[in-house]
Design a protein around this ligand. Structure first.
Ligand SMILES: [Mg+2]
Length: 119
């Protein structure tokens, strides 16, 4: 079973996304901020990370940059999630190291397609 780490500070978004992905057959864990994302990535060893960009403590850009610099985590695909859909935001996400970028509210079919492409 593929493991997905969902990093999202909004409880409703986080729980809904987790439930929908579990229903699609994924194993999920949730982190509520960038700091927790870093420690859970080490413990849980996800196959893919869904990273909200606006997060407390350590934001999604910084957490992504950090994970992509570490030898043991740099190959884990990261999908940036953000309500900002402007081209400049997508470029900023990719520059931080996001392998893909999905806008919120999340389109589940599009997200699943992206996840399958990256796994
Ligand atoms: Mg957020």
């Amino acid at each position: 079973m593929n493991k997905i780490l969902i990093v999202e500070d909004n409880e409703m978004n986080r729980d809904m996304l987790s439930r929908r992905l579990q229903r699609k057959g994924f194993d999920t864990k949730m982190a509520i901020n960038g700091e927790e994302a870093l420690s859970l990535t080490r413990q849980y060893r996800p196959d893919i990370i869904l990273m909200d960009m606006s997060l407390p403590i350590i934001d999604g850009w910084e957490a992504t940059r950090f994970l992509k610099k570490q030898e043991e985590t740099k190959n884990i695909p990261i999908v940036g999630l953000s309500a900002h859909a402007r081209e400049i935001d997508v470029i900023r996400g990719k520059k931080a190291g996001c392998d893909a970028y999905e806008t919120k509210p999340v389109d589940l079919d599009s997200l699943i397609n992206t996840i399958k492409t990256l796994l």
